[in-house]
Design a protein around this ligand. Structure first.
Ligand code: ZN
Length: 200
């Protein structure tokens, strides 16, 4: 119950929709739905990747831009030429709290959209795993993450507030993508330079 109230307050009263710059990006057209992924190797992109993303408002969820943005985020992360297991809106230049995560813990491993996600608790138990990032092409590194997390978010399809506990690799993807919303990248956790992925 407390959770419902909090989610409502978080979503209301901001009276703000997508900015003109965001709208231009969302409606930018090449031949496909795939959007350009910002890269840490580009200076201007890098600054955007380090920005803290803002909350998504009710107005935004109701705006036509939301549907287009989420569809294009899913197309971008499923790009056969550069596939990912998750993506955050700031990676395509929209500094809003939206992530897409591939649910390896669900049948058929679907991609799902999460709005204003927040990690409310992390297990003490951790796991070490290799991570890469669509914004840091050609590199990977080993990162220690919580084995299990509890999340709070607005379901990207039904717009219902939810709370959920996730474990394993899917929990790692959530931690990586939610970090993007705070301008944080996996390389920030590494004690040495990330390794090159051979053959790229
Ligand atoms: Zn990433």
């Amino acid at each position: 119950m407390t959770f419902f109230l909090t989610a409502f307050v978080a979503l209301s009263g901001m009276g703000q929709s997508f900015t003109d710059v965001e709208r231009d990006l969302i409606y930018s057209r090449d031949s496909t739905d795939i959007m350009r992924v910002l890269s840490v190797y580009d200076e201007a992109d890098s600054l955007l990747l380090r920005k803290v993303s803002a909350d998504v408002t009710v107005e935004m969820l109701q705006a036509p831009e939301y549907e287009v943005l989420t569809r294009r985020l899913l197309a971008t992360v499923s790009n056969p030429d550069d596939r990912g297991v998750g993506i955050a809106a700031p990676q395509v230049g929209v500094s809003r709290r939206i992530v897409a995560v591939q649910r390896f813990d669900k049948e058929g491993k679907p991609f799902e959209i999460f709005v204003n996600p927040e990690i409310t608790s992390r297990s003490e138990e951790t796991r070490l795993g290799r991570e890469g990032c669509m914004s840091i092409p050609g590199k990977r590194g080993e990162v220690e993450r919580a084995e299990e997390i509890t999340l709070r978010y607005i379901d990207g399809k039904t717009f219902e507030p939810r709370e959920e506990t996730v474990k394993g690799f899917t929990a790692v993807i959530f931690q990586h993508e939610i970090d993007h919303l705070y301008g944080k990248l996996y390389i920030d956790y590494l004690t040495s330079a990330p390794e090159e992925i051979s053959g790229r």
